[in-house]
Write a protein that binds this ligand. Structure first.
Ligand code: SF4
Ligand code: SF4
Length: 155
């Protein structure tokens, strides 16, 4: 357990015999500064002098080749297709479930406008609105077009 999920993953990755920079999603987390990843700055509770290692944990065979992957490109791809929640005023019934469940209080209780400088994109509001009034909108206009093109293939 940890109050810092990135620190928790940094330790877990080390226990498995990997480096945090080898895991693209954690590389993205480091780039976004969502927590602490430097092991020297992480305090581990319990009777450990150093980070314990799993002795019988086998890494996937593809791990070595995946080490060469460039997670900066992955971040760009993720950002390109990024979606944000937005309240559809026509569907909203003003129940305020989204407002009350938002962990960072990013939703204005009166207007239901979302402060994207505060929003952590947890999507709780989207998942909890039983009226489907919290819709996901593509940030990038072009990504929206690409998404629609791909989707239309499977109709
Ligand atoms: S949970 Fe849905 S219906 Fe309720 S206030 Fe939020 S957007 Fe509106
Ligand atoms: S995505 Fe999460 S943080 Fe953002 S407005 Fe919705 S509940 Fe709040």
């Amino acid at each position: 357990m940890s109050t810092d999920p990135l620190a928790l993953d940094a330790v877990a990755i080390k226990m498995m015999g990997m480096e945090i920079g080898d895991v693209p999603i954690l590389g993205a987390a480091i780039a976004r500064g969502v927590g602490e990843s430097r092991l020297e700055n992480i305090t581990i509770g319990g009777d450990y002098k150093s980070i314990p290692k799993f002795t019988d944990y086998k890494l996937p065979k593809r791990y070595k080749s995946s080490k060469k992957s460039n997670y900066k490109i992955l971040i760009k791809v993720i950002d390109f297709f990024k979606t944000v929640p937005k309240v559809n005023q026509k569907k909203c019934r003003n129940c305020n479930v989204c407002v009350e469940s938002c962990p960072v209080k990013a939703i204005n209780p009166e207007t239901k406008q979302i402060d994207y400088t505060v929003c952590i994109e947890c999507m709780c509001c989207h998942e909890l609105c039983v009226y489907n009034a919290v819709e996901l909108k593509k940030v990038n206009f072009l990504a929206g077009i690409v998404g629609r093109l791909n989707f239309s293939k499977y109709r």
